[in-house]
Design a binder for this molecule. Sequence first.
Ligand SMILES: C[S@@+](CC[C@H](N)C(=O)[O-])C[C@H]1O[C@@H](n2cnc3c(N)ncnc32)[C@H](O)[C@@H]1O
Length: 395
Amino acid sequence: MLKVHFSTPFVRRFFKNKKLMSELKPREKLLESKDPKTVPTEDLLAIILGHGTKGKNVFDLTKEVIHFLRENMDKDISVADLVNFEGIGEAKALQIISALEIGKRFYKQKSKMQVRKIGSGRLIVGDCLDVMQTVPDNEIILAFTSPPYHNAINYEDQIKKLDGEIRYWERKEISYEYYKNFLTDRFKELYRIIKPGGHNVVNISPIAWKGKRMALPFHFVSWMESIGWVFKEDIVWEKEIARDRRSGVLMQHPYPGYYYPSLVAEYVFVFQKQGEKENQNNVYYFRSREEKEKNKLDLSDYQGDKSKNIWKIRPVAPQENIHPCPFPLELAKRTIEFYSYKNDTVIDIFAGSGQTNLAAEMLGRKHIGIDTQETYINYAVERIKKWVDHKNNTA
Ligand SMILES: C[S@@+](CC[C@H](N)C(=O)[O-])C[C@H]1O[C@@H](n2cnc3c(N)ncnc32)[C@H](O)[C@@H]1O
């Protein structure tokens, strides 16, 4: 049997001139990927199917099958279900069922994805990479999120502390390289599911690591550009109050070299997914006159804060939210209003307490929120439910 090793000169030569993952064929993508988790589900299924049928290419067929699998995630799929698809015979159906069954048997413990429907949204417990892999290409207009900041917070332990199981939590030791791969794998998958011309807005700030400040936001921009995201805006979120006491150092030592300003700002970076030149902004410009009128922005307070790239917004106080680092609802509201229309879908892949989802619900958008921690998702659902109930009662 011919064994292909990733490091053989043949494979290296084969991929030498092929740069973009999106240009590779499904088998090549899996061969070249360091982690099969990063290969889109459609490509994995295309490897099993091999080819399409008359008038339907393999990707049309994979899309249909994946749609069916997603809609029937809670059911047992049989060979009889799959042979209903034109282009899938018994042999292919058996291969798909075998692959699904092997996956289920070995990874049962890992598949903890739970979906909760609330208002016009879906809140999902799970790793956002796994969840995004169930979403078709080019599906979503806007993403807004704030990723976990390297090892700044240990969320599992923060929840144990919340539940009274422990008194203190400790940081996890993870390397910066690991963190970079963690983020790029997930923002690469996000790129696949955002519509060309759609936006990805990320709240991020420098982090402290081994006594040093790391320039995370600036590294992050170059990681994002290497995925294909186009950098558009750098908005500074000014918090008005500082929780740290860095400026005290200069008060004690009023000499040059002792300047440590208080940290009152975080970044909100706006990235766009590239589209064909002529229709880059179709997701916004080509809306009907009626839709534009319904989404007309209220500019009565625009000439103040909102027209500049420094947004002064009060941070959430600790007693206002169980999450250790929620961003303000106002931050999510502005982003959603500036970059999406009513009924568009907004996603937050690191949803935490669901600020993006609550804002999206309030603004009439569909929304998806994902977080690994069930406690945060339950809390988000609770808050959105309260708002939906209130709205229904006052309607
Ligand atoms: C900075 S917080 C987001 C807070 C959120 N913006 C809010 O306002 O509440 C980052 C979140 O990412 C979640 N998280 C960490 N790894 C994840 C993963 N692989 N998939 C989804 N969520 C994850 C953490 O549990 C945490 O709640």
